[in-house]
Write a protein that binds this ligand. Structure first.
Ligand code: ADP
Ligand code: MG
Length: 414
């Protein structure tokens, strides 16, 4: 895998950068610009090196055709503000507007292409469909820089296939992210705790297998907690539950015991009548969630317990909010964990917060990025890295790394 500096003189070169600009939006208002700020340094460095920078990214989950609400237009505006320079926005991804924007770009200019996922080829399952779209993307550029850490675990056209068509390098953000995660997988300082929460329950349950071999403590909150409760025979009411995963979780609990890994579960839960900020809600013991209620946050005693279990840690990885933090009545558990991480960071521990919603949560709750060791832009990607899985967007850079000297495809466009 080669770095941007190994790409040689970039002056006049058209550089396609895959960034992760998938920010949360409220209408067309960006509610957390963390991923834009995290992506800016690579884009700026390329622009300052004289490249014609063509940024591509996705937003949300459109189904392969344009949808106004998933337009990257608001992101282009914010990116321009963060960079302190104009960003030309192409209203399509590989069509007329994109080609015109790229053709008229001068050295140092930045172009943002419209949402990659407005094109079915981006996420297509067949290699042929993806390769065709990747070919169109590659046709816009001379070299490729992979800097969207949040998507490196996806075998998608702009992440994987395009890297096989152009001389490619890894961007600074991905390098930083991988560097931090390496420290978690290679001999982490102990005690090492992992806090898991959020809503993508079945995705995240898979990680536990691997974590049981590396972590000393596993703290479980958020939506996945109810599958653990069910495994212990508790009633979980209307809470999020993956009934078909209960046996797997029972297995994890047994394995944890054997390996001496401490699994910490909430002792109380904020239980609401419905998924709404105005719903009637009370704190109940973990084992006594009423049948007509859903658990939307860990309770205050659990917040104290989790903070205690984090206080002496030297390494902490956290993915997934402890509750439905977007609604004020269910944000306290997430705030308690965030505060515990901040305190243990101040004591010198390495703390990593991963996941789009987790990162948004800590900022929304008023914490600053520099109060944590590292805020990762990738949730799924960081989890898969910790699991030891191969990340297609990284492996492809290793495979193609040696073949990038090919100057044939990098004729000068100055
Ligand atoms: P991340 O993006 O950090 O990886 P996820 O996407 O897995 O995290 O989950 C984030 C979402 O989980 C938040 O929108 C939050 O509202 C939701 N959530 C957390 N706890 C619960 C719960 N108990 N019930 C329902 N949703 C929950
Ligand atoms: Mg999420």
């Amino acid at each position: 895998m080669q770095s941007i500096s190994e790409l040689g003189d970039l002056r006049g070169k058209r550089v396609l950068v895959r960034s992760d600009l998938n920010v949360p939006l409220d209408g067309s208002t960006i509610t957390d610009d963390g991923r834009i700020r995290a992506s800016a340094p690579t884009i700026k460095a390329l622009s300052e090196a004289g490249a014609r920078v063509i940024v591509c990214a996705h937003l949300g989950r459109p189904k392969g055709t344009p949808e106004d609400r998933y337009s990257l237009a608001p992101v282009a505006a914010r990116l321009g503000e963060v960079l302190g320079s104009d960003v030309t926005f192409a209203t399509d991804t590989v069509g007329e507007s994109a080609r015109a924007a790229v053709d008229s770009a001068r050295d140092g200019d930045v172009v943002l292409l419209e949402n990659l996922r407005f094109n079915a080829g981006e996420t297509a399952k067949t290699d042929e469909e993806r390769a065709e779209f990747a070919g169109q993307l590659a046709g816009l550029a001379d070299v490729f820089v992979s800097d969207g850490f949040g998507v490196v675990h996806r075998k998608q056209a702009s992440v994987y296939d395009v890297a096989r068509l152009l001389p490619s390098a890894v961007g600074g953000l991905v390098e930083t992210e991988v560097g931090v995660l390496k420290r978690l997988t290679e001999d982490p300082e102990r005690p090492y705790a992992v806090v898991l929460g959020g809503a993508k329950v079945s995705d995240k349950l898979g990680v536990i297998d691997n974590l049981l071999q590396t972590a000393d403590r596993l703290l479980i909150g958020g939506g996945m907690v109810f599958t653990f409760f069910a495994a212990q025979g508790y009633e979980v009411g209307k809470s999020l539950l993956e009934a078909d995963q209960v046996d797997k979780v029972k297995g994890y609990l047994d394995q944890a015991k054997e390996r001496g890994v401490e699994i910490v579960l909430p002792v109380d839960i904020v239980a609401a009548t419905e998924f709404s900020a105005d719903a009637e809600h009370d704190v109940v013991p973990a084992g006594a969630i009423p049948a007509d209620r859903m658990g939307l946050d860990i309770g205050p005693e659990s917040g104290v317990l989790f903070a205690e279990k984090l206080a002496d840690c030297r390494t902490v990885f956290w993915n997934g909010p402890m509750g439905a933090f977007e609604m004020e009545p269910y944000a306290a558990g997430t705030a308690a964990v965030a505060k515990a991480l901040v305190e243990v960071t101040a004591k010198g521990a390495l703390t990593v917060v991963g996941g789009g919603d987790s990162a948004a949560a800590v900022r929304q709750l008023g914490f600053e990025d520099d109060q944590f060791g590292h805020i990762s832009t990738g949730g799924g990607a960081s989890l898969e890295y910790l699991e030891g899985k191969e990340l297609p967007g990284l492996t492809v850079l290793d495979e193609t790394g040696g073949a990038t000297g090919g100057s044939d495809s990098t004729e000068d466009h100055a």
